[in-house]
Design a protein around this ligand. Structure first.
Ligand SMILES: Cc1ncc(COP(=O)(O)O)c(C=O)c1O
Length: 470
């Protein structure tokens, strides 16, 4: 029997088990009902149970719930646990730091831990990205990047993309265009200076292109559309200063742009004097098989946003920019115009530094590519067996998905099948999440440390459940 972290699933109760159900009942009494997923009603529609299990501990690629059931985590808990849950070096760094200094005074009296992290971020990010603003969440890194862009250009307008997910705090929600329901109630509070453009999705091409349109044509059409928008901006977006994009859309459904698109976008930003911001909160730090997804095509943005895996599990983020854009802020006169109480929290900085050390000591991108190929091969074989239900295998590295449809001809998204598979696999001890603007992409973003045995067991379960349900 492998030790916890590297073991196969072990399910002892119904899922969710009685302890999870009782704990969620307690939670429901005290927490705003909109927060924790209690999807019983929708689940009844699809025949699947999405009621949550409650986690008690996690290590490597394993999670244990309060009923003692052990799962293999194929989500890395929102792509955070790239190095696995509770990496021993990250845990040791947290323990050492907690015993010494938990909190400092971020911009007034910074800690040695913060200085260590800033230094590592300069070293690890692509050449030319040398100066960092730390944040507390993905959203706050996006907000720091958007602020930097307007300080640099003097122009407040932002171009973002349909299907993009950048976080839900007000500043990040304005460019987020993932689900209408996330924005609609708050539209009156969001910046009207954000304009959205189609993302070059080659599976369901935008701009009236057919499903058969070659990827390069989709990329070219989207770039031409952007060029047009810049020539004739929508009302309220006449002062564009920044372009914000995920180099592969994550929650949008593992949507990879066609080759040449990001290069074209860089060129367009240079020509129009726009600050190019890459949101690599999901894709960054080896997830896609490169240390940063922007390296795949050799495109360097003006600002790179990181979060999720950065803190090894601690909530911390960063916007790393060129000296040129960061210099636009000027020097602090003693009262920082951008900061927060917990900016550069020492505990988070120590954990992030340890995570970056681990990440740079081995060729993790190569490991990710190899594991990714293993999953991709299995997913292509599954798609060949179910051509009417899987219309595409999407993504790169260990950021993969299968696009589930009701009908291959119309590519009508099948959210019900995605939910049913998530539920069925969970009963067998494999944790998965749906993604995509229609919720019909079954996503795979396991920890890089997942063992071959865990990976192949998870794929066996997925295949068996797919054959049963599809
Ligand atoms: C690409 C991307 N950007 C930003 C965010 C927001 O990060 P946070 O939830 O930490 O605010 C997410 C979260 O899923 C994300 O996937």
């Amino acid at each position: 029997m492998e030790e916890f972290g590297e073991s196969l699933p072990s399910i002892k109760t119904a899922i969710p088990g009685p302890a999870s159900v009782a704990a969620i009942d307690t939670l429901a009494r005290g927490e705003c009902p909109a927060i924790t997923a209690r999807r019983a009603r929708r689940a009844r529609d699809s025949g699947a149970s999405q009621d949550p299990i409650v986690w008690r501990r996690a290590r490597g690629s394993n999670v244990e719930d309060v009923d003692g059931n052990v799962y293999v985590d194929m989500t890395s808990a929102f792509a955070v646990a790239g190095l696995g849950h509770g990496h021993p070096r990250v845990v040791a760094a947290a323990q050492e730091q907690a015993g010494r200094l938990i909190h400092a005074m971020g911009d007034v009296y910074p800690s040695d831990a913060k200085i260590g992290l800033i230094d590592r971020l300069t070293a690890i990010t692509p050449d030319g990205l040398d100066q960092t603003i730390l944040g507390l969440s993905g959203s706050s890194a996006i907000e720091a990047a958007l602020k930097t862009a307007v300080v640099h250009t003097g122009r407040a307008g932002v171009l973002a993309f349909w299907g993009g997910y950048h976080g839900l705090s007000h500043g990040a929600l304005a460019p987020t265009a993932y689900r209408d329901a996330f924005r609609r109630p708050f539209l009156g509070q969001l910046s009207g200076r954000v304009q959205h453009a189609p993302y070059p999705d080659t599976v369901r091409p935008p701009l009236g292109l057919s499903f058969e349109a070659p990827p390069e044509e989709v990329g070219r059409a989207c770039l031409a559309h952007l060029e047009q928008l810049l020539g004739h901006p929508a009302a309220g977006a006449t002062d564009l200063g920044a372009v914000l994009i995920e180099p592969i859309q994550g929650r949008g459904g593992e949507v990879e742009p066609p080759p040449g698109f990001l290069t074209g976008l860089r060129e367009l930003c240079d020509r129009h004097g726009l600050v190019l911001i890459f949101d690599e909160i999901y894709t960054g730090l080896a997830r896609t098989g490169d240390m940063f997804a922007c390296e795949h095509e050799g495109v360097t943005p003006d600002i790179l946003c990181l979060g999720k895996a950065l803190g090894g599990g601690f909530p911390i983020s960063a916007a790393v920019g060129t000296e040129e854009v960061m210099a636009s802020w000027g020097s602090s006169s003693g009262e920082a115009v951008h900061t927060s109480t917990f900016l550069g929290n020492p505990l988070g900085c120590a954990m992030a530094s340890a995570a970056l050390d681990v990440l740079t000591e081995r060729d993790w991108p190569a490991i990710v590519r190899a594991r990714g190929e293993m999953i991709t091969e299995r997913l292509h074989a599954l798609a060949a067996r179910h051509p009417d239900r899987i219309c595409a295998v999407r993504g790169r590295g260990l950021m993969l998905g299968i696009d589930l449809v009701r009908d291959r001809e119309t590519r009508e998204p099948d959210l019900g099948l995605a939910l049913a598979l998530v539920d069925a696999c969970r009963r067998e001890g494999v944790l998965l999440l749906p993604s995509g603007v229609h919720g019909n992409v079954l996503a795979f973003s396991p920890p890089f440390v997942i063992t071959n045995a865990q990976l192949s067991h998870a794929m066996d379960i997925l295949e068996a459940e797919f054959d049963r349900l599809a």
